[in-house]
Design a protein around this ligand. Structure first.
Ligand code: 5GP
Ligand code: MN
Length: 333
């Protein structure tokens, strides 16, 4: 890793205009990492922009104090992107989750570095700094700052990294939480983070319409084999509740928490006949292989996919078949 950090540091040193980005439908790990890096790069005199391919959940606006997080638009950004000499991409999983930004990186021959904790076979990036054991991409960013001996972590940086850390460790609940994570938290608290402010900004902002949507989703669960649980929502229903796809965030976590549930998945229609699937597992069965079979990917116990040209029932049955098959396999762990 030290070698990688040195490569990154050399690249940063020799760059002036740096583009930061993360995956579509960004989460707090991707956003917090890019925000932390933004303020760090600014502090060492770089020109830097955060440009994401899709907008973010409104709950995460607390990370966007100075409106530094932009959503890609060709007319607004293409000209600036032409001047970029380094792109650093966080938490991406698969380069395709950059959407058009990947094409812009290619087209302009921009040197690209991925910092990630997803298993990836991408050859898209010039350098991939990946540690799949890391609980969050934000943890890797913190490690880079440690490597660079950044002595004073500003509150903006600390809040970004704290958001990344709690979001991917389930607020320090998952087994991916290591002593490193707590050491990082210690650093961030010393920098002035108020844990409940960050926590409540992310998790305690549900609107009534969203809770009603959850109620619909609960009313419409299907349980298979007493341990697999699925809920589905189409566009029409989403509209009826005056909700968007972002309002479903967190629902698969909730379903996984039901006693006896081993795997939960939620299928939601993003646009006409394009579906997002969100998988969660309690640990007995890994589900990123199932997500991969659906054209997506992710972590062993939290994964996702986007599917076109199938209907929701077909997708549900496809997944259930895969999961049922797992129950017949012999488990080593
Ligand atoms: P979520 O269910 O929270 O949207 O996503 C959980 C995890 O699944 C993400 O952290 C990411 O690793 C992965 N993931 C979600 N959607 C996709 C997707 O469309 N493609 C890929 N490759 N991974 C995804
Ligand atoms: Mn992550």
């Amino acid at each position: 890793m030290k070698k990688d950090w040195q490569i990154l540091s050399d690249k940063i040193k020799n760059s002036n205009n740096v583009l930061l980005s993360t995956h579509m439908n960004p989460d707090c790990d991707g956003l917090g990492s890019e925000v932390a890096f933004y303020y760090y790069l600014l502090s060492i005199g770089k020109q830097v922009k955060i440009i994401n391919i899709t907008s973010m959940n409104k709950n995460y606006e607390f990370l966007n104090n100075n409106s530094i997080i932009e959503t890609y638009s060709d007319s607004v950004h293409n000209k600036w992107i032409e001047s970029v000499d380094l792109a650093i991409i966080f938490d991406i999983g698969h380069y395709k989750r950059l959407g058009e930004i990947a094409n812009q990186i290619n087209k302009n021959n921009i040197y690209s570095v991925s910092i990630d904790h997803h298993l990836s076979h991408d050859v898209f990036f010039d350098v991939s700094i990946v540690d799949i054991e890391a609980a969050a991409t934000g943890l890797l960013v913190w490690k880079y700052f440690k490597y660079m001996k950044v002595d004073k972590i500003s509150l903006n940086i600390a809040n970004g990294l704290y958001a990344a850390l709690i979001s991917d460790t389930g607020s320090f609940r998952y087994n991916s939480t290591t002593p490193d994570c707590h050491e990082m938290a210690e650093d961030l608290l010393k920098a002035g983070v108020l844990p409940y402010d960050v926590y409540s900004s992310i998790y305690e902002q549900r609107e009534i319409k969203q809770v009603k949507l959850f109620s619909y989703l609960i009313d419409n669960i299907n349980i298979y084999n007493d341990m697999f649980i699925c809920s589905k929502i189409n566009l029409q229903t989403l509209n009826k509740f005056n909700c968007t796809i972002q309002d479903i965030d967190g629902f698969s976590d909730y379903l996984r928490g039901i006693k006896g549930v081993e795997v939960a998945f939620v299928i939601s229609e993003i646009t006409d006949s394009v579906f997002k699937i969100s998988f969660r597992s309690r640990g007995k069965y890994i589900i990123n292989d199932v997500a991969e079979d659906c054209g997506g990917g992710g972590h062993k116990l939290a994964a996702g996919a986007t599917i076109k040209d199938k209907n929701m029932e077909e997708i549900e049955q496809f997944i259930i078949k895969k999961l049922n098959k797992k129950t017949k396999e012999i488990h080593v762990n």
